[in-house]
Design a protein around this ligand. Structure first.
Ligand SMILES: [Zn+2]
Length: 256
């Protein structure tokens, strides 16, 4: 019952994240006006506002203008519900309330960054600035050592991606790394400290390489096409949050 209520709360938060994903890259206010169809601007009714189920009740089309509603809406709401449940399981709210709260905010920001970058090839800087601040604050609650590691991690995350971007620019004569990616790197460093940052970056490159190979294999992209790196960084961050400790222990165990 407790996990079901968390899922429902998460799904409602997901509706709000959908609004952010739609409006942030357009630099519109995320509060006003209320939810409306992006196609015909009609205000949404009660049914349209029910997360996940609403989409299926209206059969994926706007009831006022019949425009197709993106499948991203129920998808983000479902993922967001899942994020709330997974966070509660990984960081029990009663015993580790700070980690639980951090996990919710951090993952919500990553969801927004993931989908905005996927749809618009740009990372909303507000989201990553907020991520850096929340990461530093969370690690400050764990003591000075963690905070320093987070501070170094944030600087290092920005700098490593800047270096990779510069090398890429020299080699391929075009921008491989957007400014948003650099701040996202800082956000991951602020969350995981400089040790965890390496793992998150490694996972991001591994994922990006796998996805790029699959897309090339299916002929969806050609060599030299621009593929946004933000979603891979975001995914690397999610895996590091939930499994980072386990992976590092397992990895170090191979050498000891
Ligand atoms: Zn409409």
């Amino acid at each position: 019952m407790y996990l079901i209520s968390l899922f429902i709360i998460g799904a409602f938060v997901g509706s709000f994240l959908n609004v952010c994903i739609h409006r942030m890259p357009r630099e519109e206010s995320i509060v006003f006006p209320g939810s409306h169809c992006p196609h015909c601007n009609h205000r949404l009714g009660v049914i349209d506002l029910i997360p996940i189920i609403g989409y299926f009740l209206i059969r994926g089309t706007c009831g006022y203008c019949q425009a197709a509603v993106s499948f991203r809406y129920p998808l983000v709401e479902t993922i967001s519900g899942g994020v709330f449940v997974a966070s509660a399981l990984a960081f029990p709210p009663l015993t580790s309330s700070f980690a639980f709260a951090f996990s919710l905010i951090f993952l919500s920001l990553l969801i927004v960054i993931f989908f905005v970058d996927l749809e618009h090839q740009v990372i909303p800087s507000v989201a990553s600035y907020l991520g850096v601040a929340v990461g530093l604050l969370f690690n400050l609650s764990g003591g000075l050592n963690l905070f320093l590691s987070a501070l170094i991690g944030a600087g290092l995350g920005f700098f490593i991606l800047y270096l990779i971007g510069s090398v890429g620019k020299m080699l391929f004569k075009k921008d491989a790394m957007g400014e948003g990616d650099l701040y996202l790197g800082a956000m991951l460093g602020a969350a995981f400290g400089w040790r965890g940052l390496w793992l998150a970056l490694f996972l991001a490159y591994l994922l990006a390489a796998i996805v790029a190979l699959v897309l090339l294999g299916f002929g969806k992209v050609k060599m030299g096409d621009y593929v946004p790196f933000g979603p891979a960084l975001a995914a690397g961050g999610v895996i590091t949050l939930f499994f980072g400790q386990k992976i590092l222990v397992w990895y170090l165990g191979m050498f000891l």
